[in-house]
Design a protein around this ligand. Sequence first.
Ligand code: CP
Ligand code: NVA
Length: 301
Amino acid sequence: MKDFLRINDFSLEELRGILALAREQKPAARAHTLAHSHPNRQLACVFAKPSLRTRVSFEIAIRQLGGNSLFITDKEIGMGTRESVKDVAKVLSRFVDGIMIRWFDQGEVDELAEHATVPVINGLTDLLHPCQVMADIMTVEEHLGSIDDKNVVMVGDGNNLANSWLNAASVFPFNFTLTCPAGYEPDEAILAAAEAAGASFRITNDPAEGVDGAHVIYSDAFYSMGQEEEAVKRRQDFAPFRLTNDLLAGADKDHIVLHCLPAHRGEEITDEVIDGPHSVVYDEAENRMHAQRAIIATFMK
Ligand code: CP
Ligand code: NVA
């Protein structure tokens, strides 16, 4: 496979290989002694949405390997408006050695990958956020050991993160629960694929029932980038799904709390939880860089 677009395009062995490389390189990267395996390789980083973690971690990761990055926004390239997705793919492939893209429509990212001759890495679409979930699995395993048989419970929206967790549960043997309000379930095709793959997952509209026995609690914004107009309604619909110490009383006593960030403190997660003893959100943010460096190293040969 040329591209890193969705987690369930890969076998457990391939994904475990990426995570092992991420773990192996982390100490050297932090000590600034990482060998330059990718000298002068150029990574185009294309953004149609804002970013802190994805932009900075990809830019730093490619530099740590000896390469360079270019920051390009949708306003410059106008992919699909100023010129076709196909032409952008063909031209960018003549200039750079890899493309990381944060976009709205997953279909356009798939089309870009189809026509690009260099690897395309999915840096978030409305449908998926696979790099985030790779960093999340790395973080879970640093704190709790193997993710196998763990209960991973996402509290909130059936969004791009929930979809990517479902894709991950189709490959890794953990149990995934999404607890969300009725009407905010994940993508139907992804649910069907998870079912067909024999993934262990369930969806419940009762947050207390959902978090019962959880080893990993996962949170994300109630409204994603591009859904700002729905914020008022979503704040009401999701109110019972706010992470508080009371809600988390039923989780495993050694549970960890993850949030992909950015967080709306006091909305989907309270200060007491995000700043509390179970929270590992900053380890998780740092691991974006380590997991993505391993993805770059694996795909940008
Ligand atoms: N978690 C994440 O992708 O953060 P950014 O939107 O800041 O990149
Ligand atoms: N679901 C969020 C994730 C942000 C990293 C969004 O798409 O905005």
